[in-house]
Design a protein around this ligand. Structure first.
Ligand code: NOJ
Length: 523
């Protein structure tokens, strides 16, 4: 983990280096293609998550969530030893958030409800009055100014009392998640038309249940991480069916689950082993979630089933570490999404390996058997994991299109998160360029490849609590001064350029240019 002093010292150097890298990595812009425009009904939005911005961790009767509890116990967990107690203080400053969204002329806002703010114990016998009215007021005020809220039920902030029972490894969580969802649909279903149930189950199960990179830091690699996969999928499907049965007939909204995916390219495209490694990775990390929901046959992909069964057998387990769905569960999951909600950030280069430093046995890493690297020449404006490789986005959209039924059954793809981090400068040329280049790939996927993409949400509206990074890495379109009492929000260049794209419906690569002494780097 980085220290914030190191961050400050390296900032100038990083900016210069990444601009240089950006220049090298930038694809040729085809003037014909760059004239493609986003259709009028294409959704442009901004995204946030409750724990990352709200603060107010113990206000209004809120219960504790796992990120509160864990970081209070382990203050050194985050890179800057800070926590989410106050964050961007959106619990109090939500009116400023609305003003920001208005100021950039964006009309969709994806945000999440904090489960422990609404149900302090996690269970529906105790609904917090303050919590309930906080979200009701927020949604109503957004709608008044023509901003449509898109709501995520669960963005990683499990109520601590339910985590004490095993969180997503306990099958009973499906019932508790359904109870919570019913409360939410009853309270806000008249206002909300687009829902996603669970945010990035893959990241949460892999990094939080299999490893200790995210909370709850269970380290139940190869066992708890698959239980988490299994029960998050079932909990999602149960809630989809709940909505379909009890609410959809009159509320008429749409429901999905937000799935994350890195793109996987072979390290050496001419090496059939590397080509296979990239395919293996995608099946073990992406299709394990997407296949049960979007494929024609349902269930886990047969490759995943066989791989985990064989590895489990070889390791002396008498049952597979990957649980089985019943026939009824397979049916409940199949088709349990009205759109494909996709979060995407970066690409990795894949090759086979039987063991790498940091892998544990058993684990999803070890079962997958794929080593992940990135190209040193790709720009990396912030966190180590996030290199910029725009063409990977188009390939990922095509992968979903080819493997699932996005077009055939008219299931659109909505990109619920995409963005890049840096160290917080308001002149964020790398972010301006990232949005230009990644959105350009979306246009190519739509117009040249026929991918059914209907919306795009930038991650994220403003600088926030970035999980183990604390406040060191920044993804915001708006800078937040975390040291000021009002958590002052200031637009960065990317806020202007993103707004320009949303307003004009096209990408103008020249709209914001870097200072003239850096210009030549972009040509
Ligand atoms: C995806 C997560 O949903 C979000 O919470 C996080 O901040 C971004 N990735 C960036 O790491």
């Amino acid at each position: 983990m980085r220290s914030s002093r190191g961050v400050a010292l390296n900032r100038a150097l990083l900016v210069t280096l990444s601009l240089l890298q950006l220049a090298r990595g930038r694809p040729e812009v085809d003037s014909r293609a760059s004239n493609y425009t986003f259709p009028e009904d294409f959704i442009f939005g901004v995204s946030t998550a409750a724990f990352q911005i709200e603060g107010g961790w113990n206000e209004g009767g809120k219960g504790e969530g796992i990120w509160d509890t864990y970081i209070h116990k382990h203050p050194n967990y985050t890179a800057d030893h800070l926590n989410g107690d106050v964050a961007a203080d959106s619990y109090h400053l939500w009116r400023d958030d609305i003003e920001m969204i208005k100021s950039i002329d964006i009309h969709y806002y994806r945000l999440s409800i904090s489960w422990p703010r609404l149900l302090p114990n996690g269970t529906d016998n105790n609904i917090s009055h303050d919590g309930a009215s906080y979200y009701r007021t927020l949604f109503e005020e957004l709608l008044k100014v023509n901003i449509t809220p898109v709501v995520t039920l669960y963005h990683w902030d499990m109520p601590t009392p339910l985590m004490d029972l095993g969180g997503w490894t306990n099958p009973k969580i499906i019932d508790y998640f359904e109870d919570y969802a019913r409360v939410v649909f009853n309270l806000y279903g008249d206002l909300i038309q687009m829902w996603t149930t669970i945010n990035e189950p893959h990241q949460q199960c892999y990094n939080g249940y299999g490893r200790d990179y995210f909370v709850p830091a269970l380290m139940s690699h190869g066992v708890g991480e698959y239980l988490c996969t299994h029960y998050t999928l079932l909990a999602h499907a149960r809630v989809y069916r709940l909505y379909e049965r009890e609410f959809k007939p009159y509320q008429k909204g749409k429901v999905s689950i937000t799935l994350d995916a890195f793109w996987a390219d072979p390290k050496d495209p001419n090496n059939p082993n590397d080509v296979q490694a990239a395919k293996d990775y995608l099946q073990m990390h992406l299709d394990i979630y997407a296949h049960p929901i979007y494929s024609d046959v349902g269930d886990y992909p047969s490759f995943v089933r066989e791989r985990v069964n064989n590895m489990s057998r070889q390791q002396g387990y008498s049952r597979s570490r990957l649980p089985y769905f019943s026939d009824e569960e397979i049916k409940m999951l199949q088709g349990s999404a009205d759109f494909y909600a996709l979060n995407h950030y970066t690409t990795f280069l894949m090759s086979h390996s039987s063991m790498e430093p940091g892998w544990m046995v058993p684990s999803l890493d070890h079962d997958t058997g794929v080593k992940m690297e990135q190209n040193e020449s790709w720009p990396r404006p912030g966190a180590d994991w996030l290199s910029v490789n725009p063409p990977g986005f188009r390939k990922l959209l095509n992968y979903l299109n080819d493997n699932y039924r996005m077009v055939r059954e008219d299931i659109p793809i909505i990109i619920t998160e995409n963005g890049v981090c840096d160290w917080g400068q308001t002149e964020d040329y790398e972010r301006v360029s990232y949005y230009n280049e990644y959105l350009y790939q979306v246009l190519l996927a739509m117009y040249e490849d026929g991918c059914n993409v209907k919306g795009y949400f930038s991650w994220t509206l403003m600088d926030d609590f970035e999980w183990p990074d604390g406040y060191t890495t920044k993804f915001g379109l708006f800078k937040v001064d975390f040291d000021s009492p009002n958590k002052t929000r200031t637009p960065k260049l990317s806020a202007h350029s993103f707004s320009h794209i949303a307003r004009t419906r096209r990408i103008d690569f020249d709209y914001i240019k870097p200072p003239s002494n850096l210009n030549k780097l972009f040509e």
